[in-house]
Each structure stands twice: as structure tokens, then as C-alpha cells.
Design a protein around this ligand. Structure first.
Ligand code: ADP
Length: 171
């Protein structure tokens, strides 16, 4: 496993990385969960910039500044709502990770933290979502020349255990 991939148990709004990823909704106008926490901590300027973006399709990603957050940028991505698994959810969730990474590399970022996209209000089963997250990130970065360190930021102890097992790290 690449040493540039790690997992931590933390509130993503406290991470001083180049970019944190927001599990946003298609309007990009804020919501609950991690989205609400990011907007609260970033301040109202983030919403002003988000309004100018015209929303975001599921699986896509868009970058903004991070304003009062300790990170430099926020990459907003829209995960799929879980509808039982037969509505392309896995492909769309993987696209969230890959498109966020693509943006990070395009902006020459060196550190990026992901929350567990879609596993809150959007209802994606946490184990399946974590496997997709890890496979997508490892698959995307594999063989690329890059300086990007990726952190999976788990808000719950349960997610931390899942990611540690997948990344083969001691519990
Ligand atoms: P979604 O709508 O994509 O399901 P949620 O925000 O409801 O998004 O949940 C996505 C994940 O973000 C969940 O695993 C939730 O526990 C986690 N989460 C919520 N708040 C934070 C936070 N401050 N930092 C990191 N992760 C968070």
C-alpha cells in the first residue's frame, strides 16, 4: 500500500491540508452533515463562491477556496444517494474520488483529505463505500508521478476500523 495514503479519526474541518473534500449536494448551496460543518467553519464567503458555480452533477467535483477553514481549498463532490445498488451508485461514488483527485493534481496540491462520501444522509453502506473509496484512490494514483498525500478522514470509530482493515493498518 502506498505510504502516501493514510487514515485518521477526525473532524475534517480541522485539517490543515491543501484541500478537504466536501460531500456536497447537487445545488452546492450547503446542507447537513459534513457539508454543513464545512460551510459553518468556512464562513459565508464559501456560499457566495458556491453560488457562482451553478451546481454540480453527481460524481463530479468542483474546487473553491476554503476561506476560514485551516485547509487552502475545498473540493466539492456530489455522491450518489444509495437506492439499493442497481442505479449506478458504485460507478458514481468511484467517480467522486477520481474526479476529486484529478482536480487536486491539476492544481498541484500535495495533501488531500476525504470524508466517507455518501455514507451519511445519502445512506451508502459504509463497508461497500469504503472499499470503493480505497480502490478508486489506489487505482487512480497507481503508476502516476505525483506528490499527493491522501488521508481518509473518518468521523466515526466504526469507519476508522473499516478503513484500517482495508488499508492493512494495525487497529
Ligand atoms: P452524504 O450526504 O454524502 O451521505 P453526510 O455529510 O451525511 O454526506 O455524511 C458523509 C460522511 O461524513 C459520514 O460518514 C459522516 O459521518 C461524515 N461526517 C459528518 N461530519 C463530518 C466532519 N465534520 N468531518 C468528517 N466527516 C464528517
Amino acid at each position: 500500500m502506498s505510504p502516501k495514503i493514510s487514515v485518521i479519526h477526525a473532524d475534517i474541518t480541522e485539517l490543515a491540508v491543501d484541500a478537504i473534500v466536501n460531500a456536497a449536494n447537487a445545488s452546492l448551496l450547503g446542507g447537513g452533515g459534513v457539508d454543513g460543518a464545512i460551510h459553518r467553519r468556512a464562513g459565508p464567503e464559501l456560499l457566495v463562491e458556491c453560488r457562482s458555480l451553478g451546481g454540480c452533477a453527481t460524481g463530479d467535483a468542483k474546487l473553491t477556496k476554503a476561506y476560514r477553514l485551516p485547509a487552502k481549498y475545498v473540493i466539492h463532490t456530489v455522491g450518489p444517494v444509495w437506492r439499493g445498488g442497481r442505479e449506478n451508485e458504485a460507478t458514481l461514488l468511484s467517480a467522486c474520488y477520481r474526479n476529486s483527485l484529478r482536480l487536486a493534481l491539476a492544481h498541484r496540491l500535495e495533501s488531500l483529505a476525504f470524508p466517507c462520501i455518501s455514507t451519511g444522509i445519502y445512506g451508502y453502506p459504509p463497508r461497500e463505500a469504503a472499499a470503493i473509496a480505497v480502490d478508486s484512490v489506489v487505482g487512480f494514483l497507481d503508476g502516476q508521478a505525483h506528490r499527493l498525500a491522501v488521508t481518509f478522514c473518518c468521523f466515526s470509530e466504526a469507519d476508522l476500523q473499516i478503513y484500517r482493515a482495508l488499508l492493512n493498518r494495525p487497529v
